[in-house]
Design a protein around this ligand. Structure first.
Ligand SMILES: [Fe+2]
Length: 280
């Protein structure tokens, strides 16, 4: 499957032509599609591929009353999987959505999210994620899609969810997601947790963030926020970033960051060495 990191408006005909060449089983979007550009959201909802989206903090636009967020949800309809499971008729895949529009930093609901979803508590958010995860069939991967990753992945500026824009660096992950993962791991640890929000390039040119980690239970965490995800390389050639995941049954067999040329050729690739967890 292809995973698109935070778009921040960078999506167009070339991206869609590329997906038509790659023909992934599914395309996952980690949110921050734009600052509330409904035209872009409509394009994504109409993609001719199985699509799952979790909206990010930027997707509410500047509308604190939730009007833009509501319109985004209408356009995305079943594609949006916050606090529920996204499934498809002809695909043995379920995507469990975490809390929508997260801005990280523990647990916080924006005014727009409260206006649309109501005053959801941390415990309620945990229960909703757990309930969605419990419905995933045992013969399918347990895959979680979130805008910001969970707490517990490190407190350094270059940790997968580390705060790099303000000192001191702290763990800026989502607390409800972390609690939900710990609780679901009692019976079944997630196979892959995908998120964005925390851009790979660190502030003030201080390097790049660790974008993958695997815990001792075998759960793999992927930060897919390569921003900008398209542009020109040093030779002036266009590139487009997708993360790419492959499963055999419930077992994650391949995970990489890929930068594609417009013709679908992989120009650069960063493949992650996956440790085989004891449970497989
Ligand atoms: Fe974000």
């Amino acid at each position: 499957m292809a995973i698109a990191g935070d778009l921040h408006g960078a999506w167009g005909d070339a991206d869609e032509k590329l997906l038509n060449l790659l023909r992934p089983d599914a395309v996952l979007f980690v949110g921050d599609l734009s600052n509330g550009n409904l035209h872009l959201t409509r394009r994504i909802a109409l993609l001719p591929h199985p699509v799952a989206v979790i909206l990010g903090n930027h997707d509410c636009g500047f509308d604190k009353n939730g009007g833009i967020l509501h319109q985004q949800l209408v356009l995305l309809d079943d594609c949006h999987c916050a606090w529920r499971v996204r499934r498809w008729e002809r695909l043995s895949l379920s995507v469990v959505g975490a809390r929508p529009c997260s801005s990280g930093g523990g647990f916080h609901l924006s005014q727009a999210v409260k206006a649309v979803y109501g005053p959801v508590t941390l415990d309620q958010s945990v229960e909703r994620i757990l309930s969605a995860a419990a419905s995933v069939p045992a013969d399918e991967p347990l895959l979680i899609l979130a805008h910001c990753g969970p707490t517990g992945l490190g407190s350094n500026p270059d940790s997968p969810c580390g705060r790099d824009w303000k000192s001191p660096a702290i763990d800026w992950g989502d607390q409800d997601l972390s609690i939900a993962i710990d609780r679901m791991a009692v019976t079944r640890p997630p196979d892959l947790v995908i998120f964005g929000h925390m851009h790979h390039a660190l502030k003030r040119g201080s390097g790049y963030r660790q974008s993958l980690t695997q815990d001792r239970r075998g759960t793999v965490y992927l930060n897919s926020a390569c921003v900008p995800r398209s542009g020109l390389d040093q030779q002036g050639c266009p590139f487009f970033h997708f993360s790419w995941a492959e499963f055999s049954g419930t077992c994650l067999t391949h995970l990489s960051h890929r930068w594609y040329a417009p013709d679908g050729k992989v120009k650069y690739k960063e493949t992650f060495p996956l440790m085989r967890p004891m449970r497989h």
